[in-house]
Design a protein around this ligand. Sequence first.
Ligand code: CMP
Length: 143
Amino acid sequence: MQRSLILLKPDCVQRRLIGEILSRFEAKGLQIVGLKMIQVTPELSRQHYAEHVEKPFYQSLEDFITSAPVVAVALEGLEAITVVRDMLGATNGLKAAPGTIRGDFSSSRQMNLVHASDSPESAERELNLYFQPNEFCEYSMNL
Ligand code: CMP
């Protein structure tokens, strides 16, 4: 089992796509074990995107990610990190394959709707940025 940190970014919230995109993850069989809407601060943005802080596009990325609330989601499942990244498609929505979330809903590199952890190490770091240990819910999926 793996856990991944997913952010439904401001464009996803503002375009009323939260339900649509959460539905795709649920339909795939991934389990939501944490969920919250938050306003990302510049400080949290710098922590989250630490590897991009020195890049030319960073300020624009920070302005975007702090422009409206995001929905932070902890998703659990077999190989969840790879499964979610494959569902998202390429970073640039223009290049993302049809059938992927970005391929179907985004035409932008920055406003690409969803962020997802890219490795187990990133997932652990990012989950800890957005959730306290007692905010994860453990429950059976059997009715
Ligand atoms: P994300 O998966 O959240 O990780 C880093 C984000 O930076 C990425 O999605 C894009 O939104 C953004 N990004 C990456 N490359 C560029 C770029 N060249 N110009 C603007 N934004 C970028």
